[in-house]
Design a protein. Structure first.
Length: 334
């Protein structure tokens, strides 16, 4: 930070992101310059830019450049400034106020940063020596001056504020072949295609996902649900034959509630389904992953070494540029 401040002092002129002030802002009651602090900080926070904004205190400027220095004595604590801001402005503005030394001069700086909820407006009237700030007033730094927000400013602020970022880059898809937990599937030689989704961001994400798995002569592709139903029916018929004169109850087959599938001549499509109360089928928390998305429903009986091919489609309201499509090719050594 000190190197950046030094660079500003030695090389920069005042601009929309940098301001020089000769003296500390006064926030004592009755001081006619109380409103300057509120206007200047809110004006910096309202700039529609992700760059940090700086006000360097203890610098006398001429034509926008550093001309002289005035030591900052009786340094005011940041908490006092924060309390004063919170009294008059909303929402809360994020900033830091610290002192530093430059070539023997005692200076200070405000850094206004990470303010992603503009516009920042006055929530309380302030009248001082003919200066009038009212509820709803708002300011913005424009070049080297501060002015009230205009309609165009509001339109730009809201456009940038609600601009949807495409988060496809936050999600990664991977696949693997694993052994089934289900004893019957495993005993009959079936493995399953495991699909994993990872959220690599610091924000949770809601997703819907489907996968198209392609058939091959090298393996038998089935939905585990179809196999379990088929085997359950076969056992039921066999039990009835064995107990022709005294029919017995057989196991009850229960359909899978979260994974559905449809079969085509050359491929199977599996979809993850959420309940009607869910916004999406799957929510992955920040920096987390979801293993075995399809709950071991993609069953495969592999007869020889091969490559299993599948196309994954992931949808999300956070994918402003369209769906995430990912082709998976998994080699398997028999």
């Amino acid at each position: 930070m000190l190197d950046q401040l030094k660079y500003f002092i030695e090389n920069e002129s005042e601009n929309s992101h940098l301001d020089f002030k000769r003296e500390q802002y006064t926030i004592e009651k009755g001081n006619p310059k109380q409103y300057d602090f509120l206007k200047d900080i809110s004006a910096m926070a309202n700039i529609p830019s992700e760059r940090d904004k700086f006000i360097i205190i203890g610098v006398a400027e001429k034509d926008g450049k550093v001309a002289d220095f005035v030591n900052v004595n009786n340094f005011i604590d940041q908490a006092n400034y924060q309390t004063y801001l919170n009294e008059y402005l909303e929402p809360e503005i994020n900033f830091e106020y610290k002192h530093f030394s430059y070539e023997g001069h005692k200076l200070a700086y405000f850094r206004v940063f990470n303010n992603s909820n503009p516009p920042y407006l006055f929530k309380k009237d302030l009248y001082k020596n003919g200066q009038q700030l009212e509820i709803g007033d708002d300011f913005i730094r424009s070049g080297t001056s501060t002015r009230k927000l205009k309609r165009d400013d509001f339109e730009l602020i809201y456009k940038l504020r609600y601009k949807t970022q495409d988060r496809k880059g936050d999600v990664t898809v991977s696949g693997d072949i694993k052994f089934c937990d289900d004893n019957e599937l495993r005993d009959r030689g079936f493995v399953f295609l495991d699909i994993e989704l990872a959220n690599n961001s610091n924000k949770s994400i809601d997703l819907d996902i489907e996968i198209t798995v392609y058939k091959s002569d090298d393996y038998t592709l089935e939905a585990a649900e179809t196999l379990k139903r088929k085997w359950s029916d076969e056992r039921f018929v066999q039990s009835q034959r064995e107990s022709l004169f005294s029919p017995q109850m057989s196991e009850i087959w229960i359909p899978h509630l979260t994974v559905s599938h449809e079969e085509h001549s050359d491929y199977l499509i599996f979809r993850l389904n959420g309940s009607r109360y869910q916004k999406a089928a799957l929510t992955i928390l920040q920096s987390d992953n979801e293993k075995d998305v399809f709950d071991q429903q993609i069953a495969i009986d592999i007869q020889k070494s091969c490559v299993i091919t599948a196309d994954v489609i992931v949808r999300s309201d956070d994918f402003s540029g369209g769906v995430l499509e990912h082709r998976i090719k998994i080699p398997f050594e028999y």
